[in-house]
Ligand binder design. Structure first.
Ligand SMILES: [Zn+2]
Ligand SMILES: [Zn+2]
Length: 309
């Protein structure tokens, strides 16, 4: 049955009018969800470093004005036609993964994270810096009641990125895992790494974050300003994984020699200059460098063992 679309009251949005412009608060008509979409009453939206892509026009193809924000927690306020699995009043989150085509080779393989036509809230369409946003259903994650909106919002990008980067890094409980940077990503990475059972080395510049890193679950703190962090990691046997969160390619490059055999530098801090590495640094010890984006879905469908009991 077709829905009757009624005019809705205006809402406030914080938009970027042109690349390089400041955020501007304007009124717009509250959007109506199309088929396969929901409208979300935004309760909280985190601020991510990647919002700068929208502000500065650093992502190709952004159409302005654009409302940034991809760490959204809210309540479904209206559902479009064809939406049956989500209901009005349901609490949901929206993160970096804002939609996919479902038809490209990578989608057909279940690797939605690498969709050729990936949509990103705040870049491909208006994100969470507004009172109401519209998102396709494949962008939605259900939020548990135990998590407040303010706690949940940053987990939709920073939390998922660090959680999944570690989860897919190959590190096992007991392995030495270093977390470089104790900021928006790093402070979550240390906590997840601790809960995963790794031996966690936090790496920061200066000593001021040492106590904080230990409070989050790091078993040791390495001050890369006063010591050679790569050498310190080697004294401990070399790191199985270094989660590089601070957007400094120079700092990341300096850590590569801290990897142990088969170690992996997992890059999630989006710096814009090159990471420098000599091939021999990777060849010796079979080390790898890998990147990871904020993705909340299981890459490959899980196989479940079914027991007759
Ligand atoms: Zn983000
Ligand atoms: Zn696709």
């Amino acid at each position: 049955m077709a829905k009757t679309k009624v005019a809705t009251a205006p809402m406030k949005v914080a938009q970027i009018s042109n690349p390089g412009a400041d955020l501007q608060i304007v009124e717009r008509e509250t959007p109506t969800p199309d088929r396969g979409q929901v409208r979300i009453k935004v309760q909280a939206c985190g601020i991510c470093y990647s919002d700068a892509y929208t502000k500065e026009g650093q992502w190709p193809g952004i159409q302005y004005p654009r409302v940034p924000g991809h760490e959204v927690a809210g309540i479904i306020d209206e559902v479009g036609d064809g939406v049956s699995e989500w209901k009005k009043g349901q609490r949901v989150g929206v993160g970096w993964h804002g939609g996919r085509d479902g038809t490209c080779l990578w989608c057909r393989r279940g690797d939605f994270r690498n969709c050729r036509n990936l949509k990103i809230p705040g870049i491909s369409y208006d994100g969470g810096y507004q009172q109401y946003m519209v998102a396709p259903v494949e962008a939605l994650a259900a939020l548990p009641e135990s998590l407040s909106d303010v706690e949940a919002a940053p987990l939709l990008c920073a939390g998922i990125t660090t959680f999944n980067a570690l989860r897919h890094s190959g590190a096992l409980p007991g392995d030495l895992v270093a977390v470089q940077g104790i900021g928006g990503l790093g402070h979550l990475g240390i906590q997840f790494a601790n809960k995963f059972g790794y031996k966690v080395a936090a790496i920061g510049r200066g000593s001021e974050n040492a106590a904080l890193a230990k409070k989050f679950g790091a078993s040791l703190y390495i001050d890369s300003r006063s010591t050679n962090a790569a050498e310190e990691l080697q004294k401990l046997g070399g790191a199985q994984v270094i989660l590089a969160t601070a957007p400094s390619s120079k700092a990341m490059s300096e850590l590569i020699d801290g990897l142990g055999p088969n170690g992996k530098l997992m890059v999630i801090g989006a710096a814009s200059d090159p990471v420098e590495v000599m091939p021999i640094q990777l060849i010796g010890g079979s080390r790898t460098i890998q990147g990871w984006t904020g993705e909340r879905r299981q890459l490959i469908p899980r196989t479940r063992c079914v027991s007759p009991n």
